[in-house]
Design a protein around this ligand. Structure first.
Ligand SMILES: [Zn+2]
Length: 249
């Protein structure tokens, strides 16, 4: 039997009005800044599962992978590591084998270490790593940040390394293997959306293990957004959020 991680896909980023693009400084951080990094794009994704309950949904959508560098006086946190290097991935002959779209529609963007360099940083300047979840399109570059403290949900941590014999669509343990020995901080949190239509129609993807649980999570997120007056950036939706990466042709 196929088992999937029971937690929802976490594709939501909630912030106050704090998007910034000022150049980072590898020294002390004196103010909160968020940098939006281009972590790749995927074109022509079939929506039969993603937008299962959305009326008149388009047959395919384009998606982006964004990562976020949060600079805070108490440290730098990297949120997600994007798509894997598709060439290396191809060499292992497991390229996106769980997805029903072709490699031609995928671009992994510039490597994260190179994007950090442009900000005057390198991998060692990242104090904390948080992966929204360990799917291949979010954990693709995780091994580069094994020296950071990984902030992870307890259940996901257990699931990531202890069930190697279980078939897990969308998950490739090799992509985050180096994190097994990293420092870790465990927390409990979860939420999600892939596309503005999931939000508009309160419609979870059909592959979620518990759609009703997902809907309850959506309600809690929406209440939190209202209460805080927060922005919600849907990480995979190119139309949502600031500095949306350009889709690769
Ligand atoms: Zn994703």
């Amino acid at each position: 039997m196929t088992r999937r991680f029971a937690g929802p896909l976490i594709i939501v980023w909630i912030v106050g009005a704090l998007a910034g693009s000022a150049g980072a400084d590898a020294g002390q951080v004196d103010a909160l800044r968020v940098h939006v990094l281009d972590c790749g794009s995927m074109r022509g994704i079939p929506t039969d599962e993603l937008l299962a309950d959305v009326p008149d949904a388009p047959e395919k959508i384009d998606m982006v992978s964004r990562c976020f560098l949060v600079e805070h006086p108490e440290g730098r946190l990297l949120w997600d590591t994007g798509l894997p290097d598709s060439f290396k991935y191809a060499m292992r002959r497991i390229v996106f084998s769980t997805m029903s779209f072709g490699r031609s529609g995928i671009d992994q963007g510039d490597a994260l270490p190179d994007q950090l360099k442009e900000l005057g940083l390198d991998e060692d300047d990242i104090d904390y790593l948080a992966l929204s979840h360990i799917h291949w399109d979010h954990a693709g570059g995780a091994n580069d940040f094994a020296d950071a403290t990984w902030i992870v949900q307890e259940k996901e941590l257990e699931w990531a390394f202890t069930q190697r014999d279980v078939e897990r669509p969308h998950v490739d343990p090799d992509l985050y293997a180096e994190l097994e020995h990293s420092k870790k901080e465990v927390l409990s949190a979860a939420d999600f959306y892939h596309n503005v239509l999931n939000r508009e129609y309160r419609a979870p993807p059909s592959f979620n293990t518990d759609p009703e649980q997902t809907k309850r999570s959506m309600d809690r997120i929406e209440a939190l957004i209202s209460k805080r007056g927060a922005q919600l950036w849907i990480q995979h939706d190119p139309t949502s959020g600031p500095q949306a990466p350009t889709l690769a042709g």
